[in-house]
Design a binder for this molecule. Structure first.
Ligand code: C5P
Length: 235
């Protein structure tokens, strides 16, 4: 189904992995497929939003009506996200951002050392992109994060929501077979805070296609935008 419930709204979404170079031929990365972020971008576009999709290296086609910004590293994703967040009504962090990058990227291919069995890489922390957006004090969008966990799902999701300053969090149990990373289906626990004084609300969504899950998440975001608009209206 299509609707114009997000028309006039700007939605920025991060998706896929980031890739952190070690030398000209090697990198650190993860198995994120980008499917969930791309499904969210497609759903937001169907609802009439102007959608910006900041994507790491993935093998997915750009959804219809979506502006794609291809990046490689977390630093590049962060730079693009900071620019776009200021202009956005909604920011969804769906990317699997590498937490660390090489302290120094070697200019030439790192050679195997004949006389050493071990090798130590020195890493430094990458920026936490969604926490930066969550902490914005001006033109702050509605901020939605993801949490992939293997245990204590709700506890970790609540902690991330608070710590990163999010408005909503979508938590996935990635220990479940056939769900999450790379899969076509996902189950989720969604938590959000209606306002500063109300306790967290929760919705549990059983396993479904990532497209269907994306549609539900975008629907919940639309509800939140409507409610905050109502409360801002002056008689
Ligand atoms: O702490 P963790 O990586 O599990 O948090 C996941 C959430 O934070 C996701 O929304 C992810 O996109 C976002 N994130 C980010 N920048 C990072 C790490 C995670 O935006 N450096």
């Amino acid at each position: 189904a299509t609707s114009a419930s997000l028309s006039g709204r700007v939605v920025t979404i991060t998706a896929g992995p980031t890739r952190e170079p070690l030398d000209p031929v090697r990198y650190l990365s993860n198995h994120s497929s980008g499917k969930m972020g791309f499904a969210l971008a497609a759903a937001a576009a169907r609802h009439g939003a102007e959608v910006h999709l900041i994507s790491g290296p993935v093998t997915l086609p750009t959804p219809v009506g979506v502006t794609r910004h291809d990046i490689t590293t977390a630093q590049e994703m962060s730079d693009t996200a900071r620019q776009l967040a200021k202009e956005s009504d909604v920011f969804i962090g769906c990317a699997a951002v590498a937490d660390y990058r090489a302290a120094n990227v070697a200019t030439h291919k790192i050679k195997k050392q004949a006389n050493r069995d071990g090798m130590t890489l020195s890493l430094v922390k990458n920026p936490d992109i969604i926490a930066d957006v969550g902490g914005m004090t001006e033109h702050r969008p509605f901020v939605v994060g993801f949490a992939a966990e293997t245990r204590n799902l709700e506890h970790h999701a609540r902690d991330k929501l608070e710590r990163k300053g999010l408005d909503m969090i979508v938590a996935n149990d990635v220990s479940l077979e056939g769900l999450g990373f790379g899969a076509d289906q996902n189950a989720a626990l969604i938590l959000w805070r209606p306002d500063a004084t109300t306790p967290l609300q929760r919705r549990e969504l059983p396993a479904r296609d990532k497209a269907a899950l994306a549609e539900t998440i975008i629907g919940l975001i639309i509800e939140r935008l409507m409610t905050s608009n109502d409360s801002k209206q002056t008689p």
